[in-house]
Design a protein around this ligand. Structure first.
Ligand code: BEZ
Ligand code: FE
Length: 264
């Protein structure tokens, strides 16, 4: 029996067939990868050191492993497997590290910037079902960077939310709010993931976007962004989160985007 077959067989007694399936495939791919690149012992040690430093960079404010998953495109690959659009639903993209549950609630049209620096901008649109019917009372979480490319949670001395809100759609499925224009920004790159980007000759920038998380009974939760058309980083997003259908033209100080939710 080959080494690979021996390791695969060692998972044969697993209580969970799904666990056995995942571990079997992981071991087969891992062994094939090691053989394909003829991994040296020094490279194996460097990989262990990299993963160790990645773990050491994690705490309750920073998740370097998710960041690693993001820059390897693994986060988007998992989203693509689990959130097919069915031809109608709005495309999903990464949640990112700056979502905070329980954001302050705002009424339609209100200014959610709370003093965040930037160019004032008005956002509006509708939330619809795959058949095109309005989805009333959908809960929309919105969060975004300011003109310096920072989220509220990245300011150590700021103790209140800024550019972050929970809104609800009205009876016609419409939402609207005022805020500031989001700007492009670098993902955290002062740790091992930053080292990896540097070694690859890749930049840490994400193109300007605003995050949406939309929930409504009977529908799958949609986690997505709208991206600002014309941003120079649209073709080189550090986390591969851009989908063409999410790129939105800003008409002066106004942006409009309609969402379609998938049925659960
Ligand atoms: C974000 O868009 O907030 C984000 C996503 C992935 C990694 C870092 C930031
Ligand atoms: Fe973001």
């Amino acid at each position: 029996m080959t080494l690979t077959d021996q390791v695969v067989a060692s998972f044969g007694g697993a209580a969970s067939p799904r666990f056995a399936e995942i571990m079997t495939s992981l071991v087969r791919h891992l062994h094939a990868f090691i053989g394909e690149v003829r991994l040296t012992e020094a490279e194996w040690a460097a990989a262990i050191d990299f993963l160790t430093r990645t773990g050491q960079q994690c705490d309750d404010r920073r998740q370097e492993f998710i960041l690693l998953s993001d820059v390897l495109g693994a986060s988007m690959a998992v989203i693509d497997v689990n959130h097919p659009t069915g031809g109608t639903a709005t495309e999903s993209t990464v949640l990112g590290p700056f979502f905070v549950p329980g954001a302050p609630e705002f009424a339609a049209g209100e200014d959610i910037s709370a003093g965040a620096p930037g160019t004032p901008c008005h956002f509006s649109g509708t939330v619809r079902s795959p058949a095109g019917d309005p989805v009333p009372d959908a809960e929309i979480d919105v969060w975004q960077s300011d003109e310096t490319g920072h989220y509220d949670v990245q300011y150590p001395d700021l103790d209140q939310p800024r550019g972050r809100a929970r809104l609800r759609t009205d009876a016609s499925g419409a939402y609207s709010f005022s805020s500031v224009r989001p700007e492009s920004y670098p993902i955290p790159h002062d740790g091992p993931v930053g080292d990896l980007l540097k070694a690859a000759g890749r930049g840490p920038m994400r193109p300007a976007h605003i995050h949406f998380k939309i929930t409504a009974p009977g529908f799958r939760t949609l986690v997505t962004h709208i991206f600002v058309a014309g941003d120079p980083h649209l073709g080189s997003d550090a986390v591969f989160g851009v989908k063409d259908a999410l790129i939105t033209g800003f008409d002066g100080d106004r942006a409009s985007f309609d969402f379609t939710l998938a049925r659960s």
